[in-house]
Design a protein around this ligand. Structure first.
Ligand code: G
Ligand code: G
Ligand code: MN
Ligand code: NA
Length: 256
């Protein structure tokens, strides 16, 4: 309960920060974008991990204000990076959306307004949602996602393979990319069957004309296997942990 009280003050006291984890294009070995991940620097508890406060924020509705702050911060940051480090396609930022946010009927217009406000090239914002978030209310999801896609934004299905979406929904949802869950990447090295599963997800993405991102890549062997399987994008501790803004900027200045 104390944590909930503290969480109420945290926004005003500017205790939240976004960290950024690079997402690499394995074909060229360069950073193509980042995933934004929220961090809470608590005045006496230190860094509180999101698993300890996102749920409270969802249950209390605080996630709505927090989510808007995250989107603004991420858009403003990636817009600056796009100016400073022009590349084709432009640098992007992935932002996680929670189910509570997604249930807001005005979510799509709120996001579109933020993108316009920061004059962001819409290809620079990739919205990440899990299968369960999308499946909560499929018809409403299709409607909101279609609106966002028409605005030029990119939609990613996060933690792919762990949820309960069927392939028929995958086909109906207007998504642009799949993020292969870390658990599949982890198991890839242990046997051929698991490698085949990852390969099959990559092929599925190719056939459906979706981008593919592997998450949680921790070893060079995993990175090599993924490249061999023609998985284009990857993120994970092997490349970099999520880092604060200044460190991310430094990585971009070395991104040759
Ligand atoms: O780095 P990591 O511990 O950041 O994140 C743990 C989990 O917390 C992620 O899997 C994600 O589900 C959630 N999370 C992290 N950052 C955000 C955010 O900005 N918004 C939302 N909705 N969830 C986040
Ligand atoms: O939104 P999502 O659930 O995909 O959040 C990704 C989570 O995975 C975050 O908590 C992030 O810090 C974490 N993460 C990113 N790369 C790695 C990795 O290589 N290994 C592990 N164990 N966690 C990772
Ligand atoms: Mn994510
Ligand atoms: Na994920």
């Amino acid at each position: 309960f104390q944590l909930e009280m503290d969480l109420r003050d945290a926004g005003e006291d500017q205790q939240f920060q976004l960290y950024y984890q690079p997402i690499l294009d394995l074909n060229i070995g360069k950073i193509a974008g980042f995933e934004a991940l929220i961090r809470w620097q608590h005045p006496n508890r230190g860094l509180v991990p999101p698993i300890e406060f996102i749920e409270i924020a969802e249950d209390t509705g605080m996630i709505l204000a927090m989510g808007e702050w995250i989107l603004k911060e991420a858009c403003s940051q990636v817009q600056q990076w796009q100016q400073q480090f022009p590349q084709q396609p432009p640098l992007f930022i992935g932002v996680n959306l929670s189910s509570r946010q997604f249930l807001q009927p005005n979510l799509a217009t709120t996001i579109a307004n933020i993108v316009h406000h920061y004059r962001l090239d819409p290809r620079g914002l990739k919205l990440e949602l899990t299968e369960s978030v999308a499946m909560n209310d499929v018809d409403s999801a299709i409607q909101q996602l279609t609106y966002l896609k028409d605005e030029g934004l990119h939609i990613s299905l996060d933690d792919f393979g762990t949820g309960y979406s069927s392939l028929s929904y995958l086909h109906r949802l207007p998504i642009d990319s799949l993020k292969i869950d870390k658990s599949f990447v982890d198991r890839m090295e242990t046997n051929q069957e698991n490698e085949n599963i990852v390969g099959t997800i990559v092929t599925l993405a190719q056939r459906l004309n979706l981008d593919i991102v592997a998450e949680g890549v921790e070893t060079i062997d995993q990175a090599r296997l993924l490249k061999g399987l023609q998985c284009q994008y990857a993120q994970g501790y092997y490349f970099s942990k999520p880092v604060p803004r200044n460190q991310a900027t430094k990585l971009l200045s070395q991104n040759k």
